[in-house]
Write a protein that binds this ligand. Structure first.
Ligand code: GLV
Length: 392
């Protein structure tokens, strides 16, 4: 088939190559998926200002995120079960990110372990931490991330309990795949995926199995989360984690200006405005719609990053114009990975880079560090899309 030209096309290929339960795991939001959809729709509602007769030579997308040089301000989000989209998925995605000059964030709930990703890459990556009740295990994860040379810890704040995703329940999602007839069918109809998966030993939660006390095998994210994640996580714990880690800290999951002020007071390097890709609190506002008020509240004190709904380089540009210093893509790289492995992640990054570059130029800018609200129509603060009401 023709080479995919958009993230949506990569998604179509991934749908055909990845067993349904894992494709759906990536492509799902909580309950009605209203927030998942709003994340994308609210980006689309923002319009760009076309400028003409501006010199467009010598363009640059280079910038920094938490003081690290990036070839464009687009990092790979931490995503659970990445190694189930494609065999050895985290290693392949980390290698593609490294070659592209953008940060890769490894999830606690990854299939390939911290050590494994470190052994197969040459530059530091970021590690995302979930906080379990067993603080000794949390400490050991932090120590392992440090030993592996990770250059930032991304602490996720919005998953003390797991949002309900109907697709996962209906699919009976588990890893490694439980062999009930539905799953056998799902895997058998994806022979390339299955063949590659047979060729790797990495088929469980690599950071946890064999490391956490009493966990020999782990069948599901939801059962592990329900038993182990700490629902009492508090701002005091953030201070404790910061101290244990001692390096650069990014706080992920801030959607409220008051929480952003508290986050800025912790001394962390950055916050990520995020509703977990619409996977946690369904009914929450889109992340792009709250970005301007959060930038206004804390943008002079802490770097503000954003994720959720970015499906193109145009979306990246819009987020930067509204004050984000950095952006993250989750599903777009997972679709690339599911479609074509490492080459697919590279494709996703190339698609976004090209769209970002051309859009910036057609808006009359040459340096990504110079973009601001003047590139957008009506100087938006974005408002969440509302259903049309009939006029009286
Ligand atoms: C885990 O982070 C998930 O959203 O499934």
């Amino acid at each position: 088939m023709a080479t995919p030209l958009t993230i949506a096309e990569l998604k179509d290929v991934a749908r055909r190559r990845v067993p349904k339960m894992f494709f759906d795991y990536a492509d799902s939001g909580a309950w009605t998926e209203g927030t998942y959809k709003a994340n994308e729709a609210d980006f689309a509602a923002i319009k760009l200002r076309q400028r003409v007769l501006v010199d467009m030579t010598n363009r640059s997308l280079e910038s920094t995120m938490i003081g690290e040089k990036v070839s464009m301000p687009v990092a790979l989000s931490p995503t659970g079960l990445t190694g189930m989209q494609h065999a050895d998925g985290e290693i392949l995605a980390a290698q593609a990110a490294e070659a592209a000059g953008v940060p890769f964030t490894l999830s606690t709930m990854s299939v390939c372990s911290i050590e494994d990703v470190a052994a197969h890459t040459t530059k530091p990556f970021w590690f995302q931490l979930y906080v379990m009740k067993d603080r000794e295990f949390v400490k050991s994860l932090i120590n392992r991330a440090r030993a592996a040379g990770c250059s930032a810890l991304v602490l996720t704040l919005d998953l003390q309990i797991l949002g309900q995703r109907h697709k996962d329940i209906r699919n009976g999602l588990s890893t490694p795949p439980k062999f009930i007839p539905k799953h056998i069918w799902q895997v058998a109809t994806r022979p390339k995926w299955a063949f590659e998966m047979l060729g790797t030993k990495r088929r469980s939660f690599g950071n946890i199995v064999g490391h956490a006390k009493g966990v020999g095998d782990l069948s599901s994210l939801s059962s592990w989360t329900a038993e182990q994640f700490d629902p009492r996580l508090s701002w005091d714990d953030v201070a404790w984690i910061k101290e244990q880690w001692g390096g650069k800290l990014i706080l992920k999951g801030i959607m409220d200006a008051d929480d952003a002020v508290k986050a800025a007071e912790t001394g962390a390097e950055a916050i990520i405005v995020s509703n977990h890709g619409g996977r946690q609190l369904d009914g929450a506002a889109s992340s792009i719609s709250v970005l301007p008020e959060i930038v206004k509240a804390v943008g002079d004190r802490i770097e503000v990053h954003v994720d959720g709904g970015i499906r193109s380089g145009q979306d990246v540009l819009k987020a930067l114009c509204l004050g984000a210093q950095g952006t993250y893509i989750g599903r777009p790289f997972l679709y690339g990975l599911g479609a074509y492995g490492k080459r697919g992640v590279t494709m996703a990054l190339d698609i976004i880079r090209n769209e970002l570059d051309v859009t910036m130029a057609l808006c009359g800018k040459r340096d990504i560090r110079d973009v601001g609200p003047e590139l957008l129509h009506h100087r938006l603060p974005v408002v969440a899309t509302e259903p049309a009401r009939p006029s009286q």
